[in-house]
Ligand binder design. Structure first.
Ligand code: GLY
Ligand code: MN
Ligand code: MN
Length: 402
């Protein structure tokens, strides 16, 4: 039902939306990368198979899917097929994917613009149908139908989470937060980063998470200064900090949590740096309510981090600038994708938060190994997932202690 309402919202536009699935990716001969459906296609259909294309006209919703194929299904698993997809999705019609090119010209006649993101394997079919439609009219001197990118329109739907989406996000966040607790419980010196990586996967998969939302970052010691480190092969040593940035998906929605903790015990200086990041994060979170802009949170967090960097004697005249120690932003949207859809600026101004949005708050402090400082080679990030509510906010990941 909800999928249908989302489609209807797009159908109010006088355009034909064409939304293909991600292609499957070959890993090496006969072995595919695990398939993860396209978030927007899933958001509008609940359909998760590859080789599918959604076409929405102002009048109808059509899904092209892989037909049943007993031989392929023997090797790769069940395909819903044309009838199964119709029953699952409640489309007006479903057709075999092979009919996409032949049916598209007729579907284009039902609107005055095309909404399609160029860059996929069906580009040539879409462009051919678009120019073919004009050719059929004879000599008119008219332009082809305008072609728009639907990313922003779909993003504006996806940015506001419904109650059922929030329930899935809450589940992903709670299980992921519990898994972070588990890592804190089992960490010892001598372990390898991949053991924590594996424990996170085991904890969340055992409880129904289908996959991770992104490869886990398990970064001990100097590795934590690499923002998206994911090699996860180093041995953990006493006295080091370990930064874990990991989030699992539940029902296609992902958590995104970072915690930094000591392999054994924090030194006074590590604890001082940690408390600066924690303070910045708590202050950032405490501001969150409808009407606050994303930039205002970032600015406040940066102010606190700047003070902290001064206290740590990191910001020296003619030395490395603030961005060396905090090179990323504080927040992003979260949902089906870890960096979820939705625009961050409107008319040149930072976006104002509204109830139903979900953002991360993830300040960090990274002191590169080459900087002469007692904390050189240290990275700290603390990240929670925050739902904006009419009355303020709710931290969906508070089960992971800080
Ligand atoms: N895990 C990626 C990020 O925090 O944005
Ligand atoms: Mn994040
Ligand atoms: Mn993260």
């Amino acid at each position: 039902m909800e999928y249908r309402q989302r489609r209807i919202a797009l159908q109010a536009t006088d355009g034909v939306f064409i939304i293909p699935s991600w292609p499957e990716a070959l890993r090496n001969p006969d072995v595919m990368h695990p398939y993860r459906p396209d978030s927007s296609l899933y958001y509008l259909t609940g359909f998760a198979e590859p080789e599918s294309i959604l076409v929405l006209t102002p009048k109808k919703s059509v899904l092209f899917v892989r037909p049943k194929d007993p031989e392929k299904e023997l090797w790769e698993g069940i395909r819903l097929g044309v009838e199964g997809a119709l029953a699952l999705t409640g489309m007006d019609a479903t057709y075999p994917i092979q009919q996409f090119a032949s049916q598209l010209p007729q579907l284009l006649n039902e609107a005055s613009a095309i909404y399609y993101t160029l860059g996929s394997s069906i580009d040539s079919m879409v462009l051919e149908a678009r120019s073919g439609q004009l050719r059929k009219k004879g000599r008119t001197g008219l332009s082809c139908m305008p072609l728009h990118d639907p990313t922003q329109l779909i993003g504006e739907l996806r940015i506001h989470k419904s109650a059922s989406e929030i329930a899935l996000l809450e589940k992903a966040c709670t299980l992921s937060a519990e898994a972070h607790q588990e890592l804190r419980r089992i960490v010892t010196s001598g372990m390898y980063e991949y053991e924590l990586d594996a424990a996170f996967i085991a904890y969340t998969k055992k409880r129904g998470c289908e996959r991770l939302g992104y490869p886990s970052i398990v970064a001990a010691g100097v590795n934590a200064t690499i923002l998206h480190y994911q090699t996860n092969t180093k041995q953990l040593k006493a006295g080091e900090l370990v930064l874990v940035d990991a989030g699992a998906e539940y029902g296609m929605y992902t958590a995104d949590i970072s915690r930094t903790f000591a392999v054994t015990e924090m030194t006074q200086l590590q604890a001082k740096a940690y408390s600066i990041v924690l303070h910045a994060q708590q202050e950032g979170i405490s501001m969150i309510k409808p009407g606050i802009s994303i930039q205002a949170i970032h600015t406040h967090v940066c102010d606190i981090l700047t003070e902290g960097m001064k206290e740590l004697n990191l910001l020296k005249k003619d030395g490395a600038p603030f961005q060396t120690f905090y090179p990323h932003k504080t927040s992003h949207f979260l949902g089906l994708d870890v960096h979820d859809s939705g625009i961050y600026m409107i008319d040149g101004a930072s976006r104002i938060l509204e109830p139903g949005m979900v953002i991360t708050v993830e300040p960090g402090l990274y002191i590169p190994a080459h900087i002469p400082h007692p904390l050189a080679g240290t990275g700290i990030r603390i990240e929670d997932d925050i739902l904006i509510e009419a009355s303020g906010h709710r931290n969906l990941t508070q089960a992971a202690e800080k």
